[in-house]
Every structure is written in structure tokens, then in C-alpha cells.
Design a protein around this ligand. Sequence first.
Ligand code: NAD
Length: 363
Amino acid sequence: MTQNYRITLLPGDGIGPEIMAVAVDVLNVVGKKFDLQFEFTEALIGGAAIDAVGEPLPADTLNTCRQSDAVLLAAIGGYKWDSLPSNMRPEAGLLGLRAGLNLFANLRPAKILPQLIDSSTLKREIVEGVDIMVVRELTGGIYFGKPKGIFATETGEKRGVNTMAYTEAEIDRIGRVAFETAKKRSGKLCSVDKANVLEVSQLWRDRMTQLSAEYPDVELSHLYVDNAAMQLVRSPKQFDTIVTGNLFGDILSDAAAMLTGSIGMLPSASLGASAPGVYEPVHGSAPDIAGQDKANPLAQVLSAAMMLRYGLNQPVAAEFIEKAVLQVLEQGYRTGDIMSADMNLLGCKAMGELLIQTLEGRI
Ligand code: NAD
């Protein structure tokens, strides 16, 4: 029987529309093969929404997302909107989407693909076998805490303020996602904080330690964020699952991404308790290469695979896509960001066409 899914597409800005087009083609081919019918609705977010309707997250977009089974997002942002006030910038659309769908858990895998080991800036022996899942808290912490703003002091000097705050309930719910994730992987969870300096981190560490009593099969360790950053590049294989707050997770997941050779290869999932999840590449809108057919569409395609696995419960279709991606790499095809000697350089469109041919068994 055909399964029907309503998918909201948010192509956003920069390379977003180029890589989204590839992912949609891939989903259509996979849909035919596995009897899945996708009803795609495209909606505005980020700079594209600012240009069209004057705000980064129109109410229509949020409603469309809420009514769908899953949301596939590309990326937002670009130089053009950089000088707008922060609540009107493309990033505010992304933060609003996460808050509006209550997506408190961000899962970012950083797995080294054997075909791309030489794309990593680190030595082969350091990165070979790296398989890390960063579980980042997404709707709390310093990106949302109040007070926030730039205020005038009594002397007239300006003072910028942000507030890092977490309640016990916020820590517990992300902690549970992380312990459950670690349980399904190798059973090792490292909680990253700055408990030597920040009170909010002391509470974070206490709660994680208390929660660990409920998960006797998961081995919990703690690291300060500065040490974690160092260990990630010194000896990344020591990590399996990492759980951390919004700000530290933002930074560490990008560092983990670079271990794998290219940020253009990494998908992510943002999950809430009940609303549809948002599936998106880790990278941004890459305005430096937008419109030049140079973007790597594979993180977007792998995000569609994550959507099938975590959002639509279609793991076989997800694996089919993941295998096709590996096959294309195995055959020596690369976009510029992951290019190395003796490989065949492709643009975004050609990479997409090759993937389709692979999925259809034509090569
Ligand atoms: P970026 O990830 O867009 O780009 C960093 C570098 O990686 C650039 O050199 C870019 O060309 C390259 N790159 C990224 N994705 C690539 C891909 N798929 N294929 C090939 N090369 C790729 O980060 P940035 O330059 O810091 O930010 C650019 C814009 O993106 C900013 O406006 C930022 O706010 C926004 N941004 C959005 C998101 C998001 O939508 N989730 C995330 C990060 C940054």
C-alpha cells in the first residue's frame, strides 16, 4: 500500500535551492521504488522570506510546517541581510522555527566515510573510524535566555547582554534523548559543560549525573568545553555520543564536522516531543559559491535520508540513499569541497544526476 507523506520544503538562501532540488529528485526516485508518495509544499524562510514578505519566518511557513509529517530545510543567510537588526535577520527565522516546533534536540552525526579520509585535514590514523553523534540542546541556553540585548548604561556607554540559563526540566529532556541515543550506539556518553566557571553548567552536570542512574548500561563521563574542543582534534575516536548545551554544541559540532573532511557531507536532525522534526545539512548557505553550481548536495541528500529514518520510519529507503551516496564516492566522483587528486570533479547538478542514475540502477 502506498504511504503518503506531507513534506514541507524550506530551500532558504544561497546554495539552498540548488541542493534542495537534488534532494527532491532523490526522494521522488526513492518514493517510486518503495511505494512512498511525497506531497511537497515549498515555503519561505530566511532571507528569501525577508525579501518576499518582510520577515524571516512568516506565520504561513510555521503553519505549513506544523501540518506536515516532516520538514526538509536547506540553509538560510547571506551577506545581503547581514546588516539588519538581529530579530529581522535570516537567523531569526531559523531560531523561530526551532522554537515554534519546540525542537529541543539536535542530532549531528560526524562519521568519517572511508572514501573521504584524505579530505580530512587531520592525519589518517587520527580520523580513521571516527563515528561521533553530537546531541545539542537547541531551544534553550544563551541563544534564548533573557535578558538579552544592547542596553545603554548610566554613563551612556552601550552594554551587550545575553543570558545562559537552563532549567532542570530542560536539562533532563535533552539528557534523556542523549542517554537513549548512546544506548543505541556504543553506550558511551560524554557530557560537555563549563562547570568550573558557570553555575548553569554546575546544574547541567548535576542533572546529567543524576540521570545516569536511570541508564546503568551507559557509561557517562564529563569534560569541560575547552578540553573537549582539544580532545576532538587530538584524539576524536575516544568519543561516541556527546551531549551539550546550545552554544557549546554549535561550536563543537562544527569542529566534529571538520574531522570528516567536509561540512558539505553532514546531515542533521532536530527533534521535538511531538511536532514534526526538521532535517537539514549542518553547513550554512555558502554565499561564496551560491548560484555557481559548485555546491555539494550530499549533506542535503543525507538529511533527506535522516528524515526517512527518524521522521517517517522508513529505514530501508534511508539506507538505500546512503548506499547510493557511498557508491558515487566509491566511483571517484567529488564536488570541489571534497576534491582530491585523481578524482572526477562534478558540479551540484551533475552530482545529483549521477545519484539518480545510481539509485535507478543505471550505473
Ligand atoms: P557556510 O557553512 O555557509 O560556509 C562555510 C564554508 O564551507 C564556505 O567556504 C562554503 O563555501 C563551504 N560550504 C558550505 N556548505 C557547502 C556545500 N554544501 N558544498 C560546498 N561547500 C560548502 O558557513 P558561513 O560561511 O559561516 O555562513 C554563511 C551563511 O550561512 C551566513 O549567513 C550564516 O549565518 C549562514 N548559516 C546558516 C546555517 C543554517 O542555515 N543552518 C548554518 C550556518 C551558517
